[in-house]
Design a protein around this ligand. Sequence first.
Ligand code: CTP
Length: 403
Amino acid sequence: MLNGKQIVLGVTGGIAAYKAVELLRLLTRGEATVHVIMTRSATEFVTPLTFQTLSMNPVNTELFNLISEREIGHISLADRADLFIIAPATANVIGKLAGGIADDMLTTTVMATRAPVLIAPAMNVNMYQNPLYRENEEKLRRHGFRLVEPARGMLACGWEGEGKFQEPAVIVEEARRALAPQDLAGERFLVTAGPTREEIDPVRFVSNHSSGKMGYAIARAAWRRGAEVALVSGPTCLENPWGIETVRVESAVEMRDAVMARLPACTVVVKAAAVADYRPATRSAGKIKKGAETMVLELEKNPDILAEVGRAKGDRVVVGFAAETGELLENARMKLKEKNVDLMVANDVSQAGAGFNVDTNIAKILHRDGTVEELSLMEKELMAEAILDRVVALRLKMTRGEE
Ligand code: CTP
């Protein structure tokens, strides 16, 4: 998504300027071409040479520098940008932009661009709460600027509160969203991910190898494409994705309750979770002690969440996953029908590069009309985009009354 994009990174004069170096690294690692513009006060905190070395492009600081203006003028920079990021953005630069002032290289270039502008403020908490600042921010939002909410915490000035420069990784997520097609705007996604854990006693449980990566990739991709997303996740090592309401659950019963409570509000359901089909019939309150040579664990059936969603489907798009180790198509076809879903993503989890705990997947996508599409080995991030392309197409068909 960042790959091949032209990004102009504007750095202004705050102590968080040093964190813009990390942001630049993440952007170039994502294969974006980055042109840095620094205000004069930013150069008091970090040298232009640091940004120049890491971006491999000349750093612009002066509006009337004859050499840089000839090599890459501010208008050409404004025109070629796919995205502008101002990070960190001081109260001063935000005030200037809100007031229509263009008196240096950065504000002039921003004024001249038609690209989306993403602003990551960083300042003292009292400045951040100052009504003049709030008005300026509000005005920029009204004019289509995108503001990244700052973090809360210990500020460099010694105060504690909001105004802390947001994590560079979060700013990158916001940048990816700003660059993505907004073809899922207005949709409300409910995504499940990860395994469930069925407790035997206070120290043991029944579970499976699901890492949650596929479901999280779908949730993040849907958010980037403009959807509102709720993610119901079983226990995973993954961080809660930025911008997404993440509900952590343990057992299949808890997952079912969380899903059914959110179902009425959503328009698309993606069930990527690997739900345990059975749970121990009784959970021992104390740790079960070792005794006889063999032991039998009695299990009872868990609710089938996807089937329950399928029964209450209405005009929602429902996507299921089928994890198989044989007879992939036959089993997936049966599940598609029985669970009343629109798309079934079928993986042969015994194949190398597919299924649990890896970053890639290989899948077949089954449609209701019997069509089967093959998706070859690819990163789960890319597969998430491919699945969402099918959801967009289905929604289009539905609104045209073809489904
Ligand atoms: N699923 C579910 N609730 C369950 C079991 C499965 O919601 N109790 C969902 C999964 O999230 C997935 C789909 O149903 O989207 C298929 O899951 P899978 O494990 O492949 O199939 P099962 O229905 O459990 O059948 P089996 O284990 O016999 O293959």
